[in-house]
Design a protein around this ligand. Structure first.
Ligand SMILES: NC(=O)c1ccc[n+]([C@@H]2O[C@H](COP(=O)([O-])OP(=O)(O)OC[C@H]3O[C@@H](n4cnc5c(N)ncnc54)[C@H](O)[C@@H]3O)[C@@H](O)[C@H]2O)c1
Length: 359
C-alpha cells in the first residue's frame, strides 16, 4: 500500500481545484473537506470522490467561482445562495457563518440552496465541536433510495451529522447516511459476483433482492424501514424545501457521466451555544460522565469496546497520523489521470512522481 500525508494530499487537491478555475482560498476549503475524509478513514469521500468533482467542474455543471451570498436580512437565521459552487466550498463557507452567528446570538441556522455534493459530514461535525457548539448539518443528495412502498429512487442517501462537545473525551459526532449501505457496496458485490444481504436494496419493481445486479437497477433501502424513510424525508425537506432547492428527479445526477445539469441541492445547518444554557465546563464534565456511563456498561459477549458515535473516526485519525493516509492502487491511477487531465503534468507515471511535487 502507498501512503501519503495530510500536507501532501492537501496541496495536491488544492492544485487540482485551482487548475479547474477555483480560486485559491476556495480550493483550500475544498481540500480541507476532501483531506478530512481520508484522515478519518472515510475513504469513500476523500480522494475517491475527486474524479466526480473534476468531471463536474470540467463539464461546467459546477460553477468554479461562485458568488456565495446571503439572500435575507437576518443575522442568525441565514438564507444562503451557493451560486452552484462546489459543495465543499459552499458547505465550509456556510458553517463558518453558522458558527460565527451562533457565537454572537446563542443560536443560528443556515438554509443553503444552489449547492453541490458537500463531502464528508464529520468535517462539519468536528468544526462545530471545536467551536464548543452543539451543531447539526444535513444535506439532500442524488436520489437512489425509494420511498417505503415505492419502486423508484426519489430520495438521496441524505446524511445527517450531529456534534456535541465533551471534555476529556472525544466529542460525540454522529455522522450517518440514512440508507442502509452506499451504492458503492452494491457495485462491489456485483463486480465480485457475490450476493447482497436482504434488506440492503429492492429491484426495479420494489421487491427485496439479494442479487446486486437487480439492486443496481433498483433502489437502496433506508435505515430502519419506514422510520429511516421518514428521517430521510425530513432531511430532504429541511435541506431542499426550506431553501427552495431541487429534490427527487429534479436533482442533476452527479453519478451520470453525461449529466451536465447542476445538482441544485440544499443543506441545512444549525448551531447552539451551550454556554447560553449553562456553564460550558459543567456541560463538558457532564458529557464526560455520560460517555463513561455508556462505555463502562457490561459488554456483549465477544465485544471488547463500546464506542461513542464519532469515536471510531477520531481513533482512525490518531492512527493515520502515524501511518499516513493509505492510497489504494485504483485511486493512485485515478489521481495520475486527473493530473494529466487538468494539466498538472502529462508525463507523470507513478503516484510517487506526482505526490513528490507537493512535498
Ligand atoms: N455528502 C453526501 O451527499 C453524503 C451522502 C452519504 C454519506 N455521506 C458521508 O459518508 C460517510 C459515511 O456514512 P455512513 O452512514 O456509511 O457511516 P458509518 O455507517 O460508517 O457510521 C455512521 C456513524 O456511526 C458511528 N459508528 C460506527 N460504528 C459504531 C459503533 N460500533 N458504535 C458507535 N457508533 C458507531 C460512526 O462514528 C458514525 O458517526 C459520512 O461521513 C457521511 O457524511 C455523505
Amino acid at each position: 500500500m502507498y501512503y501519503t500525508n495530510k500536507k501532501v494530499e492537501h496541496k495536491f487537491v488544492t492544485d487540482v481545484f485551482k487548475h479547474l478555475g477555483v480560486r485559491e482560498e476556495d480550493a483550500k476549503l475544498a481540500a480541507d473537506v476532501v483531506v478530512q475524509s481520508d484522515v478519518t478513514g472515510v475513504n469513500t469521500h476523500g480522494l475517491a470522490r475527486m474524479p466526480m468533482y473534476v468531471r463536474r467542474l470540467q463539464q461546467k455543471a459546477v460553477n468554479p467561482t461562485p458568488n456565495i451570498r446571503q439572500t435575507n436580512e437576518s443575522e442568525n437565521l441565514i438564507a444562503l445562495d451557493g451560486d452552484n459552487g462546489p459543495g465543499n466550498v459552499v458547505g465550509p463557507t456556510a458553517i463558518n457563518m453558522c458558527i460565527e452567528a451562533a457565537k454572537k446570538h446563542g443560536f443560528a441556522a443556515v438554509s443553503i440552496k444552489n449547492s453541490n455534493h458537500y463531502g464528508v459530514g464529520n468535517y462539519y461535525g468536528w468544526k462545530f465541536a471545536e467551536a464548543n457548539l452543539i451543531g447539526m448539518t444535513m444535506t439532500n443528495s442524488t436520489p437512489n433510495v425509494a420511498p417505503t412502498g415505492g419502486s423508484v429512487s426519489m430520495i438521496g442517501t441524505n446524511p445527517v451529522t450531529i456534534a456535541i462537545p465533551a471534555g476529556k473525551h472525544y466529542p460525540l459526532v454522529l455522522d450517518m447516511a440514512t440508507s442502509v449501505v452506499a451504492f458503492g457496496k452494491i457495485r462491489k458485490a456485483a463486480e465480485e459476483g457475490k450476493k447482497i444481504p436482504l434488506g440492503w436494496a429492492v429491484d426495479k419493481d420494489g421487491k427485496p433482492t439479494e442479487d446486486p445486479n437487480e439492486a443496481l437497477n433498483g433502489s437502496l433501502l433506508p435505515i430502519g424501514g419506514y422510520k429511516g424513510y421518514g428521517l430521510a424525508m425530513v432531511i430532504d425537506i429541511l435541506s431542499a424545501v426550506l431553501s427552495q432547492s431541487a429534490y427527487g428527479l429534479d436533482i442533476g445526477n452527479k453519478f451520470d457521466p453525461d449529466c451536465t445539469k447542476p445538482e441544485k441541492i440544499g443543506h441545512f445547518m444549525l448551531a447552539i451555544d451551550i454556554s447560553k444554557f449553562l456553564d460550558l465546563n459543567t456541560f463538558k464534565k457532564s458529557m464526560d460522565e455520560y460517555i463513561e456511563t455508556m462505555k463502562n456498561t457490561e459488554k456483549a459477549v465477544g465485544v471488547e469496546e463500546i464506542y461513542i458515535p464519532g469515536e471510531i473516526e477520531f481513533l482512525r485519525a490518531e492512527k493515520i497520523k502515524e501511518t499516513g493516509i493509505p492510497v489504494a492502487e485504483g485511486i493512485q491511477a485515478k489521481m495520475i489521470k486527473i493530473a494529466k487531465d487538468v494539466g498538472i503534468g502529462s508525463d507523470i507515471k507513478t503516484i510517487d512522481e506526482l505526490f513528490d511535487r507537493y512535498r
